[in-house]
Design a protein around this ligand. Sequence first.
Ligand code: HEC
Length: 145
Amino acid sequence: MTLVAESKKTNLQYLFMLTLLCLPALLFAENDVPTEYMKLKNPLVLSESRTKYFAKQFLTKCARCHGELGNGGTEEDLEVRPADLTDTNFMKSRTDGELFYQIEKGGEERSAMPAFGEDSDHGWSDQKIWGMVAYLRQLALSKSN
Ligand code: HEC
């Protein structure tokens, strides 16, 4: 009887340790872009006039932190520096869904990256965020040419 009880306890201890081991992974995952977003593909292709519209949006809403060219050159004193959005390799490392998520929900806690999604003050529709993602792709491409 004692033996059984003891082995049960050991199992519980293992379970407890396993939970502790997984905890950092779980906490870390919360800051990460959820898998369902990672896989999203941009459904939009921008016409020339829409490209102009988003270029203007970028200048008025994003450039003060990301730089007029989007390369991260900025006068703002930011704790977390924005990445160079015109760096082709950097942009290739990001899926459409990842870019969408960052614009919709904003950046990590310490960063100044605001949320633009429907629930935010900016109230951008999904359509508008996808438009901006498409614009950022063009920005990265135009620099590599
Ligand atoms: C107040 C400053 C600020 C403004 C305004 C701002 N951003 Fe950011 N943004 C940041 C910072 C800082 C980061 C990097 C930190 C992070 O990823 O959390 C960032 C990160 C990003 C990223 C993620 C890049 C990556 O690491 O994957 C994207 C995409 C982005 N911004 C797009 C935009 C767009 C589009 C706009 C305008 C609609 C905008 N940002 C407006 C500060 C800003």
